[in-house]
Write a protein that binds this ligand. Structure first.
Ligand SMILES: Nc1ncnc2c1ncn2[C@@H]1O[C@H](COP(=O)(O)OP(=O)(O)OP(=O)(O)O)[C@@H](O)[C@H]1O
Ligand SMILES: [Mg+2]
Length: 227
């Protein structure tokens, strides 16, 4: 599902250049839930942004769902994201003027679902993250953890092939974090995969694989049976 080879990333130019990823190669097959861990500043957000086609690496190649992102235009990258990838960002990125249900429905409509169908699908997605009673609240009227759950509902509602998430449980209490991880686990089947950045060791048991990044390099990559 994801195949990245020799990925390097340098932000800035000349004297200001900062190299944040060094020769990262990684293959994530269908059916896998991978966690990406590592200290602050180690390059986790940069790496998943590259895997999602949001930013272009300065070296190497990235293939996602059979598309070579690093050879495509920005517009083509956007199309691959729209058709295949669901994201949850570190900062939740909701539309502040829209209610929870409209936040989810709007993204479904961008993906081609008719308005009539988008509403019920959005409500069902929010019910699955425990927000059936907050459908009409705007982001400013929700707690941080509730906003994060809207973001997860929004990413999963369009049934992407690949879920990419950045600290999706950081604002959640332990029980809610585990519920969200169970949803992610249930999302990953033979046809789908997920890469989730986290510092939360309690989530590790849900993963098929734990990849650790330090100073822009993969320093360990461990496969396990989830429990
Ligand atoms: N747009 C940018 N321009 C310049 N440097 C950047 C940019 N974005 C990130 N960096 C730098 O790249 C390095 C890696 O950042 P990144 O956000 O990928 O880390 P992270 O592992 O996600 O950290 P955290 O756990 O704190 O979220 C950091 O040193 C950061 O300062
Ligand atoms: Mg980050």
């Amino acid at each position: 599902m994801i195949f990245a080879s020799g990925v390097g990333m340098t932000y800035g130019k000349a004297a200001l250049a900062t190299r944040v990823l060094h020769d990262v190669s990684i293959a994530i097959p269908r059916g896998q839930l991978a966690l990406l861990t590592g200290p602050s500043g180690s390059g986790k957000t940069t790496l998943i942004s590259i895997l999602a086609g949001l930013i272009r690496p300065t070296a190497g190649s990235v293939d996602v769902c059979g598309h070579r992102l690093t050879s495509l235009t920005e517009a083509e990258n956007a199309r691959v994201r729209r058709d295949h990838v669901g994201f949850v960002f570190q900062a939740d990125n909701l539309f502040p003027a829209l209610t929870a249900v409209a936040n989810v429905a709007e993204v479904l409509r961008l993906r081609g679902l008719p308005r009539k169908a988008a509403g019920p699908v959005a409500r069902a997605a929010l019910a699955r993250v425990g927000l059936a009673d907050r459908l009409e609240h705007r982001p400013g009227e929700l707690s941080g953890g509730q906003r994060q759950r809207v973001a997860v509902a929004r990413a999963l509602a369009s049934r992407p092939s690949l879920l990419i998430g950045d600290e999706i449980t950081s604002a959640l209490d332990g029980a809610t974090a585990l519920e969200i991880m169970q949803l992610v686990r249930a999302f990953v089947t033979g046809d789908t995969a997920a890469v989730i950045v986290t510092h939360d060791h309690r989530l590790e048991r849900f993963a098929d694989r734990i990849i650790r990044l330090e100073d822009g390099r993969i320093v360990s990559d461990t496969s396990q049976e989830p429990s």
